[in-house]
Design a protein. Structure first.
Length: 636
């Protein structure tokens, strides 16, 4: 059949799951299906007569996935299955072994992995489930399947130690029809699966499962998408489903959808007397809303929600949740440019987790990656690179090469390679990272766009330092930057700080290409768009330094001087030694022809201490060249 219809293997398996009889009817000899069903009916009838409990085990397996099932998984059932003889069989190794042996002898199942896993063919499942069982027996078998999955569910998917068992549960959630049940324990299995899929990096699968569950739990088809149907959301499981949907939407790059749904969800929770702002579920949803707000550029509002969650968890003494809330607060602080405070939080979390969980635990290496991003934001590029390179192998081992957090860490390495002056390595690393992100997430996903910025910045840096060999790469870099700015505008909007950061980088490329007027227009638009973040925000300061370069080129030195003086004078003392600020001071001195002044020598010495004497920017500054600042937005 498959050869004649050219159907794919995946679609053929799906059709078998949905309607195997119809599939088997296609192009088969007369009586084929009846012959197969008759043979299994004979075996199943005899099995029921000889060993009823073994037959009930087969009924249970017929309502699960056709994937191999671990014996350990079956033994987790507890004493809730019906009839009691089935529970006893699963809890007694000798009885279970005898039943498996008998089912194998009748050809109703096979064993794999050294007889540690059982597998029932899809056709056997179908015939047993839909042809040999009465409606009551089928209902009992599905109920047993749901009870088995409840007993096997390890809960707490935030703890990576539970992931192996969550993987065992995953294939069975849909075949066992879990989303059709109203029991809270069964629904918890579905919600834990959606969370596990998200944490393991399968955002699309998490979204699909959460949306299927929400449609089943929140009324008629399409009711939950209706903006006037919020009263369909008034229970814990429905809100938890919505929360999973918003989180997955954000990670899939569908930020506008996520933002609208997140705000509706939070407003509804705050309005309901049984929930309200001091409810645990509301505090959990607040984290997701903050995520969506950060993605949409509302950094201050997001930070307020992050602080609210910190206060809530502190009041309730929720220590694991408080650790996650502190980590999210650091993310919000990075977005607002407060890398020093973020560093304090992430340093403390890193030490706590290293002490409590060990050096290579997932949460420890996750904190190490966050700490590396803080160090980068503080201008401590070499430290950031050492820390990220040291923790990256453990992160890859725990999560896999394609996981989003591993991708983020790879980008940190690429950025730090460039900032430490290892330009050729940075170029190769950022190129590979950009391709990997585009392949994994799609070209217009935020992570792919950020990777594009990193790659573009790497091209500009090496073309500026070695124009003889790389200047001809600038047009390609410009085209990529043009795509990135346009995509940011479509995905986020034209006033989002990410769009304006991409435009700031684009202006630097235009300057390197000698396109003075175009650079000036782009830089001016970006700078004024970023001003609402504040003149002390790193994005605004980087844009100001670039715009000052354009003003000098246009012979508007006085305006350039005023702009750079504003940047340097308003910078807090804690950030005065950052390489970007030192670049501003050096550029200011070059404009005022005061390169011999003591402040300039101090800035050059400080830049050399920060970057190294052979760093391309240090060498260029010593030659009297004005320097550029670029922007690398951290993950949100």
């Amino acid at each position: 059949m498959r050869a004649e219809t050219r159907i794919t293997v995946a679609d053929y398996v799906r059709l078998l799951d949905e309607d195997a009889y119809a599939v088997l009817d296609t192009n088969q000899p007369p009586g084929y299906r009846a012959t197969v069903a008759g043979a299994f009916r004979f075996a199943f009838t005899r099995l029921r007569r000889e060993r009823p409990a073994a037959a009930q085990l087969l009924e249970l397996l017929a309502c699960l996935s056709a994937e191999p099932i671990a014996l350990a998984f079956l033994r987790s059932s507890g004493e809730r299955l019906v009839p009691p003889s089935l529970s006893r069989l699963l809890q007694r190794d000798d009885q279970l072994d005898d039943a498996v042996h008998l089912l194998r002898r009748y050809g109703l199942l096979t064993t794999v992995d050294g007889a540690q896993r059982l597998q029932v063919h899809r056709l056997v499942q179908l015939i047993v489930r839909d042809h040999l069982l009465t409606e009551h027996e089928r209902e009992r078998a599905y109920r047993n399947a749901s009870l088995l999955l409840v007993a096997a569910n390890p809960g707490n998917p935030n703890d990576q130690i539970s992931w192996e068992m969550h993987k065992e549960v995953s294939p069975h959630v849909r075949p066992a029809r879990l989303i059709t049940y109203t029991d809270r324990a069964v629904r918890r299995v579905v919600l834990d699966q959606a969370r596990f899929l998200y944490l393991s990096g399968d955002f699309a699968a998490s979204l699909r499962l959460a949306e299927e569950a929400l449609r089943a739990w929140a009324g008629p088809e399409g009711a939950w998408e209706n903006e006037h149907a919020d009263d369909a959301w008034d229970d814990d499981e429905t809100f938890s489903c919505l929360n999973a949907i918003v989180t997955a939407l954000c990670s899939l790059g569908r930020y506008q959808e996520a933002g609208v749904l997140a705000e509706r969800m939070l407003n509804r929770l705050n309005a309901l007397p049984e929930f309200g702002p001091d409810h645990t579920l509301t505090a959990g949803v607040v984290n997701t809303v903050a995520y969506a707000r950060r993605a949409l550029g509302n950094y201050t509002e997001a930070l307020q929600l992050d602080q609210y969650r910190i206060d809530f968890c502190t009041r309730r003494g929720l220590r694991p949740e408080l650790q996650r809330a502190r980590s999210n607060l650091a993310v919000g602080l990075r977005a607002t440019g407060n890398f020093r405070r973020a560093h304090e939080i992430d340093r403390a979390l890193f030490e706590e987790r290293r002490h409590e969980l060990g050096e290579d635990h997932y949460l420890t290496v996750f904190s190490a990656s966050n700490l590396a991003r803080d160090l980068y934001g503080l201008g401590r590029y070499a430290e950031a690179l050492r820390l990220q390179e040291r923790s990256l192998p453990a992160l890859r081992a725990r999560l896999g090469l394609q996981h989003q957090q591993v991708m983020w860490a790879n980008r940190t390495v690429a950025v730090c390679l460039r900032k430490t002056g290892r330009l050729l390595e940075a170029l190769h690393h950022s190129d590979n990272h950009f391709r990997a992100c585009t392949d994994e997430f799609g070209a217009e996903h935020a992570d792919a766009l950020a990777a594009c910025l990193t790659y573009v910045n790497s091209i500009r840096a090496i073309a500026t330092a070695d124009p003889d060999n790389y200047a001809n790469s600038l047009p390609a870099a410009y085209n990529l930057s043009l795509f990135a700015v346009s995509a940011y505008r479509r995905v986020f909007n034209e006033r989002n700080p990410l769009t304006l950061a991409a435009a700031t980088n684009q202006a630097a490329i235009l300057r390197a290409m000698g396109q003075r007027n175009r650079a000036r227009i782009t830089a001016q638009t970006a700078y004024h768009g970023l001003e609402p973040l504040g003149l002390t925000h790193p994005y605004t300061q980087a844009a100001a330094i670039g715009l000052a370069n354009d003003l000098v080129t246009a012979h508007e030195e006085d305006d350039a001087i005023r702009l750079l003086q504003t940047v340097t004078s308003m910078t807090p003392e804690s950030r005065r030694s950052h390489p970007d600020i030192l670049v501003g001071e050096i550029n200011l001195a070059l404009i005022t022809n005061s390169t011999a002044d003591e402040p300039v020598r101090r800035a050059l010495d400080a830049l050399q201490r920060a970057l190294g004497s052979d760093h391309p920017d240090v060498l260029a500054a010593k030659r009297g060249a004005r320097l550029e600042c670029d922007i690398e937005p951290p993950p949100f």
